[in-house]
Design a binder for this molecule. Structure first.
Ligand code: LMR
Length: 328
């Protein structure tokens, strides 16, 4: 390798001799688990394109979608080891390693997307990114997907309807407790297994955003969907810190700019995609869709409230205080 790259163990280097003789190219492998035509899938592609343009091809972001390179249960370790340089896991997937992230899974923590933005761009986001530092991880951005809805093979209107049902969840103790507190059982499983588990009847239902339900065709194996907006699913876009620190400053600036633009892009796109795909499922799928009324939502909020007290110690006072402020 030439120049600064000589001691950069985490990058793959290649030489592009057509460009001004011998020039180094930095490769960033970006792995994620969802389909390409989701908000996250499209935003990662946009980020890759923007990085290429801004760095005049010096940096190539190679995208691996649908969990083909690493699945949910392996990608975080791969990032920390430097086998992959970037990932964008849902918040829940950081929570076993770093319990503070459980804060983002608290049921009905956020009223709407604007409040999520206020949280991640303010003190809550700051506190969460600080927790990554000891793990050799750099927080790059928070990306939106949207609020989670329940799907199941049994109708769900009130919390008691969940009693005895088995739900697939992302690995998160808050999500587990959220279901247990209303009498359901849970099984955590990687996203890539969700369709099969529903199709096989290993679980009755699951919770997810509209775009994930739509693009993975979960509506084909679920009879009912309840628009509950009971929890939020967003992504921590994160990079291997040692890799980041060895990048030249001008490249870091280009990457940060590309990340800012991709973040605005996904945050708008997620809202419109979730709206459009809900409409599409209403029109085309055989799923019966019920939207909770504000009064019903209030019952759910109440039924899940005990989760807040239970997890306050794991989440920590500074974050809990900030979450509670959102509710005042
Ligand atoms: C899930 O596992 O259900 C989601 O986190 C998938 C994703 O990354 O949106």
């Amino acid at each position: 390798a030439i120049g600064f790259g000589g001691d950069l163990p985490l990058a793959n280097w290649s030489y592009d001799e057509e460009q001004e003789g011998l020039s180094e190219r930095i490769i960033i492998k970006f792995s994620h688990v969802v389909a390409e035509n989701t908000p996250k899938g499209l935003a990662v592609d946009r980020f890759s394109q923007l990085v290429k343009e801004k760095t005049n091809g010096r940096v190539e972001v190679q995208v691996f979608a649908n969990g083909i390179l690493y699945s949910d249960n392996t990608e975080l370790e791969a990032l920390m080891n430097g086998d992959v340089q970037m990932i964008a896991p849902a918040y829940s997937k950081l929570s076993n390693q770093i319990p503070a992230w459980l804060a983002m899974d608290l049921p009905y923590a956020f009223r709407d997307e604007a409040q999520v933005q206020q949280a991640v761009n303010g003190e809550i986001g700051h506190l969460l990114f600080q927790t990554l530092e000891p793990f050799n991880i750099k927080g790059m951005a928070f990306w939106s997907n949207g609020f989670k809805q329940f799907t199941s093979n049994q109708p769900i209107r009130m919390p008691e309807d969940l009693r005895g049902q088995r739900f697939r969840i992302m690995p998160s103790k808050v999500l587990q407790a959220q279901f247990q507190t209303i009498g359901a059982t849970t099984e955590d499983a990687p996203f890539t297994d969700v369709y099969r588990k529903l199709a096989d009847g290993a679980v009755d239902g699951q919770e997810n955003t509209i775009s994930n339900i739509y693009t993975k065709r979960l509506y084909q194996v679920q009879k009912y969907m309840t628009i509950s907006n009971h929890g939020y699913l967003g992504y921590a876009v994160i990079m291997n810190r040692s890799f980041w620190e060895k990048l030249p400053p001008d490249i870091q600036t280009d990457i940060e700019e590309a990340m800012r633009e991709s973040t605005s892009y996904i945050n708008e796109l997620a809202v419109t995609m979730n709206q459009q795909q809900l409409q599409q499922m209403k029109e085309e799928s055989s799923m019966e869709i019920h939207e909770l009324t504000p009064r019903e939502q209030q019952v759910w909020r109440q039924a899940m409230q005990s989760v807040y007290t239970k997890f306050a110690p794991s989440i920590g006072k500074p974050l809990m205080d900030k979450i509670k402020e959102l509710h005042q």
